[in-house]
Design a protein around this ligand. Sequence first.
Ligand SMILES: Nc1nc2c(c(=O)[nH]1)N[C@H]1C(S)=C(S)[C@@H](COP(=O)(O)OP(=O)(O)OC[C@H]3O[C@@H](n4cnc5c(=O)[nH]c(N)nc54)[C@H](O)[C@@H]3O)O[C@H]1N2
Ligand SMILES: Nc1nc2c(c(=O)[nH]1)N[C@H]1C(S)=C(S)[C@@H](COP(=O)(O)OP(=O)(O)OC[C@H]3O[C@@H](n4cnc5c(=O)[nH]c(N)nc54)[C@H](O)[C@@H]3O)O[C@H]1N2
Ligand code: SF4
Ligand SMILES: [Mo]
Length: 684
Amino acid sequence: MKKDTVCRMCSSCCPVEVEVVVGKLVSAQRKSFLSQDKRSPCLKLQAAADIVYSEKRLTTPLIRQKDGAFRQAGWDEALDLVASRFQHYKKQTHPEAVGWLRGMAADWGSPWDYANRLMNCYGSPNTIGNGSICFVAREMAHTYTYGAMAFAEAARAGCILVWGKHDADTALGVADAINHAVSNGAKLIVVDPVQTPLARRADIWLQIKPGHDGLLAMAMINEIISQDLQDHEFIECFTTGFDQLREVASRHAIDTIAPDIWLNPQQVREAARLYATTKPACLIDGNGLDMQLDIFQSTRAVACLRGLTGNIDRPGGDVLPQPIPLHPFQARDRLPTGVAPITAAYPLFNTFSASWGNQVQSCVVDAILDQKPYGLKMLVVQAGNPVVTMADSSRARRAMEALEFLVVIDLFMTRTAELADVILPAAGCFEKTQLNRAATRNNPIILQNQVIEPVGQSWPDWKIVFELGRRIGLEQEFPWPTVEAAIDEQLAPVGVTVEQLRQNPEGVRVEGLRHEKYRQEGFATPSGKFEFFSRRLQESGFAGVPYEDGFPENVISFSERQEEFPLIGISGRRDIRFTNSQYRTIPVLLKNEEGCVVDIHPVDAASQQIKDGDLLQITTPKGTITMSARVSSLVHPGSIRIAWGWGDYNPDWNLNTLTDDDTRNPITGTPGQRTFMCRVEKVR
Ligand SMILES: Nc1nc2c(c(=O)[nH]1)N[C@H]1C(S)=C(S)[C@@H](COP(=O)(O)OP(=O)(O)OC[C@H]3O[C@@H](n4cnc5c(=O)[nH]c(N)nc54)[C@H](O)[C@@H]3O)O[C@H]1N2
Ligand SMILES: Nc1nc2c(c(=O)[nH]1)N[C@H]1C(S)=C(S)[C@@H](COP(=O)(O)OP(=O)(O)OC[C@H]3O[C@@H](n4cnc5c(=O)[nH]c(N)nc54)[C@H](O)[C@@H]3O)O[C@H]1N2
Ligand code: SF4
Ligand SMILES: [Mo]
C-alpha cells in the first residue's frame, strides 16, 4: 500500500511516498515537480528500510546498573526514574539545574515546542538547541536585515548565486529547483572553497579562502554600487542606511581584497555584475557561512546583497515566508520570572524570534564544567549526539561524564548514549506523526504522517515528552491523549486539522503565495525597512552596518598560531549517504568507509611526499586524528578538507577532536567548527 508522509532523516523534510507491505516499510520515493529521471537521488531514502529495521535500533528503555552495564527496563520504570530526578532537583537545588539539549534530528517544529513546554512548566529556562552552529545563527542575520529568513525561488530565477551551500547533498528539493533553472538557461555563480559538483557546473566559481566570505560580500557590494547597478527605487523607498553601507563598502576595493582571499579580481567583478544585472536573481546561502567565528556579520553582508539588487521578496528572487499562525505551545509565560537561562550572555540571539528560544549549545558545557553562569547537574539529550557533533569533543565528553544524571532519547546507541544513566528509545520519522517546522514556516502545511508502527518498544518523541510531563506533575499541561489532538489544537488558529492534512498529502495552503509583501506591510524589522543599518545592533554595541568597525582579525580558529599550524582545515562534505554522525552502521550506506578521507592539494602533498591512501595525522592545539589522504585539486593549496561525521563510527576520525570552543562569535556564540588552522604529518 502506498502512503504519503514527510521524510525527516535529514533536515530537508522531503515529501515522500512510502510503500508499506503487511505493516512494513519496504521502500520510499521522494516527490518532486521534476520527472522521476530528473530528480536528485537520495541514497538514504533508498536505504530507508535498512535504517528503520536496522538490528542496531534501540528497542527498549535501558537503565545503567551499579556495575556500569545497561539493563533493559519497561517504560514505567524508566520514566519514573527520570521523573524522580526532575523532582529531586526541584526540591534539593533548583529546577534550572536541569537542562534539555536538543540536536537537529527530531525537527524544530512541534517536538521543539513540546520540550520547551515541559521545561518551562517545570521551571527551567534551559531548553537549549544547537542553532548556534546550524542555520539559526544565519536566520538571525537574515532577521536582523529584513525580518525573517528568506528562501530562494530558484526554479524561476534567471541567476542563482549559491553561497556556501550544496543542496545536491543536503536539500534535494532545492537541488531539483537549481537543476531545473540551470537547464533552462539560468546563470549560476558558486562561492565555495571546494570544487564541488555544483561548482563544476557554475558559470563563475569563486574559490574563496575559507571564512572570508564577509570580505567578498563587501567587495561585491562596493562593485555594484560603484557601477551604479543597485535597485534605486527599492533602496530609496524601503531601506535604511544605504549611505553608510556605501561608505563602508567603499573601503573594500576588489583589487586589494580579492588576492587576499584567493580570488581573481576580474572574476569577482564579473560575478557582482552578473548577479546585479540578471533579473530575477536569487541567493542561496548555507552552512558554509554557519559554524564560522564571523557568522553574523558575514551573513548580514551577504544578506544586504538581496536588498541592494531589489531581489528580496520578488518572484524568482528571495522570498519572505508567510508563516502559519499557531497556537503557542511553548508555555513561555509559565516560566518563573527572574530565572536567567545559561545562555544569558547572548541576549540578542535568545530573543530574536518568537519560537527559537535558547540556541547557544556551548553554554551547556560551560555550565556543567565551569558552573558558568551556574551549574547544570542533569541533562536530557534529545535527538543529538553532542559528544561528536559539538566543538572540542574532549571537552564536550568531559561535560557529559561530569553530569550527575544524563538521559538520552535516541534511535541508536551513540557515543553520547553510552554515557547515559537512562536511554529512552525513540521512534523514527516514518513511525510517528508530527508537525514539522518546514510545514508551518510557510505554506503549504504538509503533515509528517505515521506510516508504520514504532519499531520494538520505541516511542515517538511526542509521547515520551507528554508521558514524562505527566509524571512530573504536569498532567494539565499535557492533556492530549494523542498527538493528533495536540496538533489540532496547535493548528486551531487556522482551522486546519490532522484529518484534513491526511486527506491532502500534497499539503493545505492557508493563504496564496504573495510577493513584495513589504509594499503593504513593510519589513518585520524595528524600522519596518530593509535594514542595511540596524539601530538595534548599534545600541547593543555591535556594528550597525556590516564591518563598519573593520574586519575581525581572526576569523579562523587558531590563526594566531599559523606558524605551527599552517593549513586551513575545512569541515567536509555532507555526504548524501549520511546525516551528521548518523547511519554509518548501515552497511549499504557505509560502503566500506568510502569517503572518509582528507583532501589535500597536490602542491601541499608533494611537500611531504604524501600519496593517495597514505595515513595522515591531522593536528590542532586541541588534538589529533588520523585519516587517509586523497590527493586532489578539489581544494585550494593551503587548505585541506576533512571528512565530516565519522566520529561516532570511529573516534579516531572525530573531526571535532580538532575544533575549538574557547573563542565564539559574540552575538550567536558560534565556535569555529567549519574552519580552523591545523597541520598534517604522514604516519610512518
Ligand atoms: N565539525 C563539524 N561539526 C558540526 C557540523 C559540521 O559540519 N562539522 N555540523 C553541525 C550541524 S549544522 C549540526 S545541526 C550538528 C548536528 O548535531 P546533532 O544534532 O548532534 O546531529 P546528529 O549526528 O545528526 O545526531 C542526531 C541524533 O539523533 C538521533 N535521531 C534521529 N532521529 C531521531 C528522532 O526522531 N528522535 C530522536 N529522539 N532522536 C533521533 C540520531 O540517531 C542521532 O544520534 O552538528 C554540528 N557539528
Ligand atoms: N546528506 C546530508 N544532508 C544534510 C546533512 C548531512 O549531514 N548530510 N545535515 C543537515 C544539516 S544539520 C544542515 S545544517 C544542512 C547544511 O547543508 P548546507 O547548507 O548545504 O551545508 P554544507 O553541505 O555543510 O556546506 C555547504 C558548502 O559550504 C562550503 N564551505 C565550506 N567552508 C566554506 C566557507 O568558508 N565559505 C563558503 N562560502 N563555503 C564554504 C562547503 O565546501 C560546502 O560545499 O544539511 C542538512 N542536510
Ligand atoms: S534528502 Fe533524503 S534523507 Fe533528507 S529528507 Fe529528503 S529524502 Fe529524506
Ligand atoms: Mo545543521
